[in-house]
Design a protein around this ligand. Structure first.
Ligand SMILES: C[S@@+](CC[C@H](N)C(=O)[O-])C[C@H]1O[C@@H](n2cnc3c(N)ncnc32)[C@H](O)[C@@H]1O
Length: 330
């Protein structure tokens, strides 16, 4: 699949926003355009089949519930038009039951096809091929946008946040998930000098996890893979090809620059430790997670962070200054 033009990446850059797409809802992206970010081809290769649906999620009831708890606490339960950007096969679509119209957008054809089949009988849901960096929708055309488990594929979250901000109307809401650079495991690894970069610094970081305890130690027996294998459970072969962690501060700045107010935060997946997720009852973990998410939100210690922010009314242009292309008076 070919996708719209490449934009240079920089951590939460303040570069001018993307070119406006043609008004109206496109059902496919332009056929001759190159990909939007250097990692996209690799990312799409990982989603060229449905292993993410069929192998990754079946053994992750706790992680799935974590996302849903946060989404339910941040997203208004009902509304007009909602878009899920990077929706995949539509895992979270049942969370949008109170919305009049739901758009599931993704760049992976197999996932789009799976979503089309899943929602074939639901007239509220449309499935759209597109790129998160160049959404095929006019400005301010949605009441709500959701983007979960997608930003970690991007080196520069600021570009994607700006584009999401463009399509959300003033007063509308954006729910945004990111892998958290300042997660507790990274903090401990940094303090133990097992990680040479600071999780507190701004900027995004390529990330493949961190090992707190020596390879081959008894603790290694507690890895998810080892525990699941001992229990005879299928081990998911799927893994993200390109993965970045983003700083919570950068995400907040990105939201502010994209025109959003101060976000509400949820620290997500706090109990995502292999010994727990493979050994303890998921129901117990989920009950604990429900309590911990809001309580620990200020310290954002979880591996994932979900932010919910409301789009502010557009600031009027400086008096006497030129009107911009986004200015309704232009
Ligand atoms: C880890 S999956 C998450 C899917 C879904 N949001 C969920 O939480 O189950 C990431 C999804 O992002 C999509 N994706 C990655 N880069 C994208 C881009 N530039 N534009 C649109 N979708 C993209 C992938 O195709 C994949 O379906």
């Amino acid at each position: 699949m070919n996708l719209p033009p490449v934009r240079p990446a920089s951590p939460v850059s303040d570069a001018p926003g993307p070119t406006d797409p043609a008004p109206g809802v496109a059902t496919a992206v332009p056929p001759s355009a190159p990909p939007s970010d250097p990692g996209l081809e690799k990312t799409l290769a990982a989603f060229s089949d449905l292993a993410y649906r069929d192998a990754f999620w079946p053994s992750r009831a706790y992680e799935d519930a974590c996302d849903r708890i946060a989404v339910r606490s941040l997203l208004p339960p009902s509304g007009g038009r909602l878009i899920d950007v990077g929706a995949g096969y539509g895992r979270l679509a049942d969370e949008y039951a109170g919305y009049r119209e739901v758009v599931l957008l993704d760049a992976s054809e197999p996932h789009l096809q799976a979503a089309r089949e899943r929602f074939a009988g639901d007239p509220r849901v449309s499935v759209v091929a597109g790129d998160a960096f160049q959404l095929p929708f006019p400005d301010a055309s949605f009441d709500a946008a959701v983007c979960i488990r997608v930003l970690h594929h991007f080196e520069d979250p600021g570009q994607a946040i700006r584009e999401l901000g463009r399509i959300v109307r003033p007063g509308g809401v954006l729910i945004l998930e990111s892998a958290n650079k300042r997660n507790l495991k990274s903090v401990i690894a940094y303090w133990l000098r097992r990680q040479d970069w600071s999780p507190f610094a701004r900027g995004s970081r390529r990330y493949a996890g961190v090992r707190l305890l020596p390879r081959g130690s008894r603790a290694d027996r507690g890895t998810r893979r080892a525990v699941l294998a001992r229990a005879g459970a299928p081990v998911a072969p799927w893994s993200a090809p390109v993965s970045y962690v983003h700083s919570p501060r950068d995400l907040r700045i990105g939201l502010r620059r994209a025109g959003f107010g101060t976000p509400r935060t949820r620290s997500v997946g706090l109990l995502r430790l292999p010994v727990l997720t493979a050994g303890a009852p998921a129901g117990l973990l989920v009950a604990l997670e429900r309590v911990l998410q809001p309580v620990l939100a200020p310290v954002t210690a979880g591996p994932s962070i979900i932010l919910g922010a409301v789009r502010l009314p557009a600031a009027p242009p400086p008096s006497g200054g030129p009107a911009t292309a986004h200015d309704p008076r232009a």
